[in-house]
Design a protein. Structure first.
Length: 240
């Protein structure tokens, strides 16, 4: 595979550091969201044999359309200079069922500060693979959210998991994730609802309860605020 244009991605050689990591998927994409590089774990997740099977392709070649759309929206925001920081989500390709993971995405800039691509990692959040402390120091908090997002654990419970006072936890969480703990949980609930809308025939009211919303009205409001479609419109679009 050829390297990127001169000066475009100065950290390119560092990509090789991710190849030995079995529980971390790593990738680099260009400004148009085509894959430029992926480590061994990413290739295995998509059932690919060679890096050449990945390069030049997009998420639409490997993921369900509703997931690829979410990835595309993320990438568009990262290209604008935003970051996706330690977000819990279900990640799965063609070779493996979805698994709870933590995803991080950053913009890549050239020597002049111009965004020329994006890069990201996804690591499994399974209990057996959970490290004692991640970059944010909130691994136990993320695990608690993963296991109990339907019941919406309060900030006090999350703070205890982090070993902090509630006020210190809220401040550090916002510094690390650029959002509040409860907004983070609401985003996770909506993403889980997206999967149910596409992969099940549950009535909307049942989807709302399964994803952890108090009622369908609350679910409809939050879903449309985040996705800019009603749950019914979302289901009709992706189940056509």
């Amino acid at each position: 595979m050829s390297p990127p244009p001169h000066g475009a991605l100065s950290s390119w050689p560092l990509a090789e550091l991710f190849d030995p990591l079995d529980d971390v998927q790593f990738w680099i994409k260009d400004i148009r969201h085509h894959y430029l590089h992926g480590n061994r774990a990413l290739l295995l997740n998509y059932g690919l044999n060679e890096l050449s099977d990945l390069v030049g392709r997009t998420d639409y070649d490997f993921s369900a359309p509703f997931l690829a759309d979410q990835f595309w929206i993320d990438d568009e925001q990262v290209v604008k200079g935003h970051r996706v920081v330690n977000r819990i989500e279900l990640v799965g390709g063609t070779a493996e069922p979805p698994r709870w993971s933590v995803t991080h995405k950053i913009p890549l800039c050239d020597a002049h500060g111009q965004v020329v691509g994006t890069s990201g990692t996804t690591r499994w959040l399974d209990g057996s693979a959970l490290p004692r402390s991640g970059p944010s120091g909130f691994d136990q908090v993320l695990k608690l959210i993963r296991d109990h997002y339907r019941t919406t654990p309060g900030n006090a419970a999350l703070a205890r998991a982090a070993g902090l006072s509630t006020r210190s936890f809220e401040r550090r969480f916002r510094q690390s994730f650029h959002t509040s703990p409860q907004a983070y949980i609401r985003k996770l609930k909506v993403r889980m609802a997206c999967r149910l809308l596409v992969h099940s025939d549950l009535p909307l009211a049942a989807v709302a309860i399964d994803a952890g919303f108090a009622d369908q009205s609350h679910f409809n409001h939050e879903f449309k605020r985040q996705i800019h479609r009603t749950p019914g419109e979302y289901r009709a679009h992706y189940k056509r």
